[in-house]
Structures are given as structure tokens and as C-alpha cells.
Design a protein around this ligand. Sequence first.
Ligand code: BG6
Length: 533
Amino acid sequence: MSTTPNTPESATHTTSGTNDSKVRPGSASSTPSAAGKHPAPPCTLVIFGAGGDLTKRLLMPALYNLSVDGLLDAGMKIIGVNHGQRETAAWRDDLKKSLQQFAADKASTFHTAQFDEKAWDWIAQRLEYMAGEFETDDTFTNLKQRIDAKPGSNVIFYLAVSARFFKPISEHLGKAGLLKEGDGGGFRRLVIEKPFGTDLASARDLNAHILGYAKESQIYRIDHFLGKDTVQSILAVRFANALFEPLWRREYLDHVQITASETIGVEGRGKFYEQTGAFRDMVPNHLFQLLGMVAMEPPNSFDAEAVRDKKADLFDAIQPLTRADVVFGQYETGPAGPGYREEPDVAADSHTETYAAARVFVDNWRWAGVPFYLRTGKRMAARRTEIAVHLKTVPFRLFRDTAVDTLTPNVLTLRIDPTHGTSFDFNVKVPGPMMQIGPVQSAFNYSDFFAEGANVGYETLLYDCMLGDETLFQRADSIETSWAAVENVLHPKDGPLPVHGYPAGNAGPEESDQLLARDGRTWRPLSPAREKK
Ligand code: BG6
């Protein structure tokens, strides 16, 4: 997350005077995503899993976007490793075809009005395919020959593979000497995708294994939520404005709701999902990362270690969840389609959860007693990733002798996906002779102020990895403390947690409403029309 000084391009975007509660676009000039950035240093990017979905859907589109923005060095080389013989030309053609399909698809984050042939050719010329099994010595001997072995060469090994290959690939790389950083100053970095372990013991084991071959500073553990601009912006909203931070504490906040609801089902990933479930898939990683951004203490600087230290402190302060803090659900046949048990590769009597809600407490001075309610699920009423910060109600009912008896509390909502922006709910006087108070909303949308360039969410992560900026990557200690906080849920002492049904297309099981109701609170509606229980 490299920071850029305030340049004319990044100067204030003003709002025109308005008499309604919607913020209007101001300056027509837009801030290009790459403003002020320089090309990354030259490097060879080795992608294990060259034929996989991640490479096709996210890595190549992100590299293409970086190439459009001129952020890659001419000396870059991309070696794709995969099992199965094929020609580089055929790999290139396949990638180009899929990129063009995504570019034409309006629903894709890669959608663009015009596919830039020049940017693609730039990438295509640098692609090289290498057939190789991920667990055999030959692959790594061949790789070594291909990689420019002269001292000072920079190499990133990207493990875009199933988690079972994380250990063997890092071990082979280590044993082949490919992770050794030479005296010439060239870097060797290892990028590891999620899931990083499946519980505390496996994450510890994986960390120990990889750390046997690479130093912590060489390891880049990805949580793709941190690649989202709207997630990075949480720190900007908190720490670049005088308004919010003074209120950001137990004295003024009632609770926080973190939602990542999806309308999609398991999308052909039944096998993976049966083993994983919604909780492991989303909570100790993506949702905890959002929690970290929203609840961490201000760092002394945006230096990677300063930020990651504060996040580590936060994860360390999470009170271990108990079974009473968690509700699991599974979608059944409903308005949005067939139930989970009817999905391919899913057992007819599966107890895997496709929905998880949790109440989390952070035991520190700032947050003691403030609940953070987290929820995520597949086949829900709406796609929505957001953080809603609920303020306490005003201390004194000034309006008690008027027609106003209840006031709606203020809510600041940080909208991450699919809309990007923030909304603030507050109260005003309703025009007219009576003293009536009505809730209104002031909304800011990124697209009103900035040209939102094509962005699949991996651009910043790849670029930062090339620069050696680890701010947005997870450190071993944070991964382990996050898993530690959910141990009681993953390995419950009193038998498995119940999994409650909810109709596909709904807002989750009724039991998840009770999780909040017992604290006198309610979830924010996802899509009022569709979520009747
Ligand atoms: C992935 C999960 O890590 O994140 C998926 O494995 C989930 O199950 C996805 O759908 C959600 O990410 P996003 O960016 O689409 O909200």
C-alpha cells in the first residue's frame, strides 16, 4: 500500500453546495489509479498453477491492468508452470481468449469498453509456459535453468495452486536453492494464497514448514480482501479525517456489523466447500481482516511493520469465540434455487454450513464491551460487503414532549462491494410547523468523484509484492492468532454446532436474528423485499 504525497492530481475533490442529503460530484477531473506511481522493479514472476482459474480470472487481468497503467518494467518475464505439456503459444491464446471474454462481460470486474491489444501484447511477449509436476525434482531443476541465475535477479514465486501443494512447492524451491537471496541484492519472494491452514495447528505447521525455507520477509500471504481499494480506504476514512476517530470507541459506538453476503452458491466448488464451510472460508480471514482495519489502533506510520504490529495487537485482543457466539446455517431450496445438498459433489446429508454469524468482542481499552457482529453466507438475499458502525443513541431525549418519541441511531456504513462508498444515517427536522424528526442518509460514491479504473483486486497486491511492500500481506503471527480465536468453534468440545436451514435467497437462519435479539439489536436488512422468514 504505497502512499503518495498530495499532488495536484490527488488534490481535494469538492462537493457543490447542495440542499439535499446526497453528495454531488464535484471536480470533473479524475484521479487515475496509477497517479504518481512508478513502474515496479524488473522481475521474473513464476506462477505455479498457470492453467488454473486464479491465473486466468485474476492474475492475468491484474497484470494486464498494471501493463495498461505502465507499472511493469520492460525487463519483466512471466513463467507459467503447470502439469501437462503445451506450447507457450497455446497458453497465450487461451489466456487472451478468456481476457477478452471477461472484458466483454459487463458483470465482470475486468469489464472494459475497449480491450487494449498493445497492453496484452506487452504481457504476451513476456509469457513462457513450462510443463512440470509440482512435486518432482525435475521441475525445479528446469526452473532453475530458466530463471536468470545471475546475482541480483529478482524472482517472485506465486503459488496459485491448491493448498496441498504449498508445502511441497516451498520445500522444493528451498532445496533447489531458488529462495536464496544473493549478495547482489536480488529478491526472492513467495506468494501464498488462501487458505493458509485450516485451523491453528495446521497454520502453525505450515508457517514452520515454509519458514524453514524462506525468511518471514520473503513470504507474502494473500488475503484478497486487502487488495480492494474500499478496504484500504477504511484506514483513510479513519485516519485522514478529524471527524470519525474521536468517536471510534466504546464511549460512542454501540456496536459494529460486518457483512459479506453473496447471492452465488458454491459455484461448482462443492468438494472444497464440503471440507471448508462458510466459517473457515470467510471468518478468520476476510472478515477478521475487515475487523482489523476497522478496529486497530492508529499506527505510527504506514510502514508495513507499523501497520502489521497494530493489526497483530488487535487480533491478539479478540476474545476467543465460544459456541454461544456463533450461528451456522445451510441454504435449502428457496426462491433463489435448489438447496446446498443438491449441489454437485455435496453429500445428500451434508452438515456443512453455508452461512455463519458470529459475535466478537475485542478485549482492549478502546473496545471493551462493544460487540462486533459478523455474518457471511452463500445464496443470500443480496450481494453486500459492508461495515456498519452503529453509534449510541443521544444521551438525552430533548424531544420527549414533542411528536418525536424515538430517534434512529446514527450509522456510518463503509460500503465495500458491490457499491463503493460510505453512507451516513442521521436525523433532521422534517419540514413543517411541527417538530418532527426524520432519518436521512448522506451517501458518497467513489464513482461520483473518481474514475474507477478496471480493477480485479490483485493489481495492488502484485505491484506491492514487486516493490517489497508487505503492508497488505499477512504476517505469520496474525494468521495464527486469528485461527486461535476461533479454535472453540472449529473444534467444539460439546459436539458439532447445529446447522440451521434457510431458504436460498434469504437473509440467513432465524437463529442468527436471535444472536442479536438477545442483545436487543437487529441485523441491517439486506434486501427487505426478499428476506421475509
Ligand atoms: C473467497 C472465498 O476467498 O472469497 C469464496 O473462498 C468467496 O467462497 C470469495 O466467494 C468472496 O470474495 P469477493 O471478493 O467476491 O467478495
